[in-house]
Design a protein around this ligand. Structure first.
Ligand code: PXL
Length: 281
């Protein structure tokens, strides 16, 4: 099983490839990487970061891979630095995804109702186009709102299903993370997701108050790890949501600065135990 993770390298701050590579590899599958940019830190909460766009290097990297005859079972794309890179991901899918492979897009664009720096409405529109080429997309609620032209402030329990329905016009298996829902236990954090046979289901976990950078990357990487090991979507979502929640909980306990990312390392063993129990291959 061979996965390619297309994402940036934020050297500090535990997101994108510094999260995807360890989690997907530990899941027991080959994780190759295609770095889109190198930043000294990610862009959320740091000033003065460096940003080197690697677009110029990518054509030669892909030409070399073609000469090796590489093909992938799963492609997961994350943070993309430009509209050109969105086009590049589409061509990677065309040239390198096996016929029965899975294209997963994490449309990384924003959080808490706002777009990250560097992104604008034109980028959002192009990202909709990339989502149309995917089998599975994993936006957070903010990104789901931008992809469906929904006002984030208006998004609530009554509109989540409408949002996921709209996302289904882009891609057959959307899921949306970070949806607050009222349960018997109080407010919980819920994933609305779509199964292999097209049913929309939910999985909720304890909501931990606060903003935690890199949570989406931990969730998406674990989901890829699970799907790569043949775990069905119901179980894959549950395992990934629990791992993310446990990582957030530990990070809160550690009281580290949110911009330095999640302590998912300490929760990796629990994640792997759950994965190994559920894995089919
Ligand atoms: O975690 C998402 C992410 C990935 N990559 C970069 C980012 C962010 C979010 O801020 O800035 C460079």
């Amino acid at each position: 099983m061979r996965v390619i993770a297309i994402n940036d390298i934020s050297c500090v701050g535990k997101c994108s490839l510094t999260v995807a590579l360890p989690i997907i590899s530990a899941s027991g599958v080959t994780c190759d990487i295609l770095p889109t940019a190198i930043l000294s830190t990610h862009t959320g909460g740091f000033q003065g970061y460096t940003f080197r766009d690697l677009s110029e290097d990518i054509p030669a990297i892909l030409a070399h891979w073609k000469s090796l005859g590489l093909k992938y079972d799963i492609i997961i794309s994350g943070y993309l630095g430009s509209i050109d890179q969105i086009e590049m991901v589409k061509s990677v899918k065309k040239d390198f995804l096996k016929e029965d492979g899975l294209m997963i897009v994490d449309p990384v664009m924003g959080d808490n109702g706002v777009l990250y720096s560097h992104f604008d409405q034109k980028f959002v529109d192009e990202m909709k186009g990339l989502c149309r080429t995917a089998d599975v997309i994993v936006p957070n609620l903010t990104e789901a709102c931008f992809l469906t032209d929904t006002d984030y402030k208006e998004a609530n329990e009554n509109s989540y299903v409408k949002i996921i329905d709209k996302l289904r016009s882009l891609c057959p298996r959307p899921s949306v993370t970070g949806c607050d829902v009222q349960t018997k236990k109080g407010v919980e954090s819920c994933v609305f997701y779509t199964t292999e046979d097209g049913n929309v289901r939910t999985y909720s976990t304890e909501k931990i108050e606060g903003a935690f950078h890199g949570a989406g990357d931990v969730y998406a990487s674990a989901l890829v790890g699970c799907l790569a090991r043949g775990v069905n979507t119901d179980k894959a979502v549950a395992i990934s949501a629990e791992f993310t929640k446990d990582s957030i909980k530990q990070t809160k306990k550690d009281a580290t600065e949110a911009r330095y990312g999640l302590n998912s390392e300490s929760q990796m063993y629990g994640y792997l135990k759950a994965l190994h129990k559920a894995a089919k291959k």
